[in-house]
Write a protein that binds this ligand. Structure first.
Ligand code: SF4
Ligand code: SF4
Length: 376
């Protein structure tokens, strides 16, 4: 925990050259110029591995599933060499008493089959919270149920909201990972029977970064954590999302945009237009209103994203997206281009969009290049 990031790399026998390559790569992920690599390397030489506690509320753990598929950097490098991930119920090998250290009475005396039993309970996380007040990053996945006094999610025998409160009050900063902790998520969808809420009411004055998405792109999660660890708070938009990952609508970077601009639309998921790869707006695409990096970073190391596989964007990073359906109904309020369908026009517009796409794909290309360890 007290090692710097560089010391941790060195211990594993990673060369200085590989380390600098990693720094260049990190610059790309954080949306910084490659020339910042030297600065990042210096930071990683001095910065102690940041302590991260990852909490889980009401959720599906899909965000963790996404996180562990990060290959920019590989999550094994991130978790072992860059971060000190001290608690994560989904990823840690042990559970229950294995992550608890005796000493502190948390439970009242229990009555088990007529026998009075006192349970000593002091989880590893409580020790971290106590010893590193104001130093650790709290990553939160999942919504927080307030209904029925919080009993819809019990952790350590207590309502989750109480456990979360203790961790949030003493954190350095909080990251809401995913749509559930950012906006409330699926459990907060109408009629919200558990009265689930987002992290908004649980910040206790600590800075909050929101990374919505169901789930978010893995490199957006790792890039945000790294930015916070090395440079502090990233620039945020008015909804608390990092601008470098949420500054564009999916529509702005979509490779199908020339078809939108030319008025060429898919009318049914299996029609000829769908086979030709035309715009998915008329079958519900939420790209025109959804801010996220899917169109440029893409998924699985930049290979694809839903629109590329023929499915309209369902706006999973949007506020209340579960209530914004039905997903295959056309989005209202979008001004359509007033054009005659014209194949030549598509070609002209496509050239412009290709130029923009080349720029936005630079990061994804960087990811693929770095990950090809055989290269050079
Ligand atoms: S945001 Fe989506 S993927 Fe993440 S935990 Fe919630 S439901 Fe699962
Ligand atoms: S509506 Fe959807 S498919 Fe069409 S250009 Fe916009 S984001 Fe792409």
């Amino acid at each position: 925990m007290s090692k710097t990031i560089w010391e941790s790399f060195k211990e594993k026998g990673i060369s200085r050259r590989e380390f600098l390559k990693f720094a260049t790569y990190v610059a790309g992920i954080m949306g910084l110029a490659p020339s910042m690599a030297g600065e990042i390397a210096k930071k990683m030489e001095k910065t102690k591995k940041p302590i991260v506690l990852w909490y889980h509320g009401l959720e599906c753990t899909g965000c963790s599933e996404s996180f562990i598929r990060s290959n920019a950097p590989y999550v094994t490098d991130l978790v072992i060499d860059v971060l000190s991930l001290e608690a994560d119920d989904t990823l840690q090998a042990s559970s229950g008493v294995m992550v608890e250290e005796g000493g502190k009475l948390v439970y009242p005396t229990l009555d088990i089959n007529g026998k009075k039993v006192s349970v000593e309970f002091n989880r590893h996380v409580h020790k971290i919270i106590e010893e590193h007040k104001g130093e650790y990053i709290l990553a939160v996945e999942g919504g927080i149920p307030l209904g029925n006094d919080g009993r819809y999610c019990i952790v350590e025998g207590k309502p989750y909201k109480e456990v979360l409160e203790e961790a949030a009050k003493n954190a350095k900063a909080i990251i809401a990972v995913g749509t559930c902790s950012s906006w409330g998520g699926i459990q907060a969808a109408k009629p919200n029977p558990t009265n689930s809420v987002s992290m908004d009411g649980f910040t206790f004055g600590k800075p909050l970064i929101k990374i919505p998405g169901c789930p978010p792109i893995p490199e957006v999660i790792t890039g945000t954590i790294l930015h916070l660890a090395l440079f502090g708070m990233p620039p945020l938009d008015d909804q608390g999302r990092p601008k470098q990952f949420f500054g564009n609508r999916i529509h702005d970077t979509c490779y199908r945009r020339p078809f939108f601009n030319a008025g060429q639309f898919v009318e049914k998921p299996d029609d000829d237009a769908a086979k030709k790869g035309w715009c998915l707006y008329k079958i519900g695409c939420r790209g025109p209103t959804t801010y996220a990096s899917c169109g440029n970073l893409r998924w699985f190391g930049g290979i694809s994203y839903p629109i590329q596989s023929g499915a309209p964007c369902i706006g999973c990073a949007d506020k209340n997206f579960w209530d914004n359906g039905p997903f295959f109904d056309r989005l209202k309020g979008v001004v359509l281009p007033n054009v005659e369908v014209n194949a030549d026009k598509v070609g002209v517009i496509a050239a412009g969009v290709t130029a923009a796409a080349l720029a936005t794909h630079a990061v994804a290309a960087g990811i693929r290049h770095f990950n090809n360890k055989e290269e050079d």
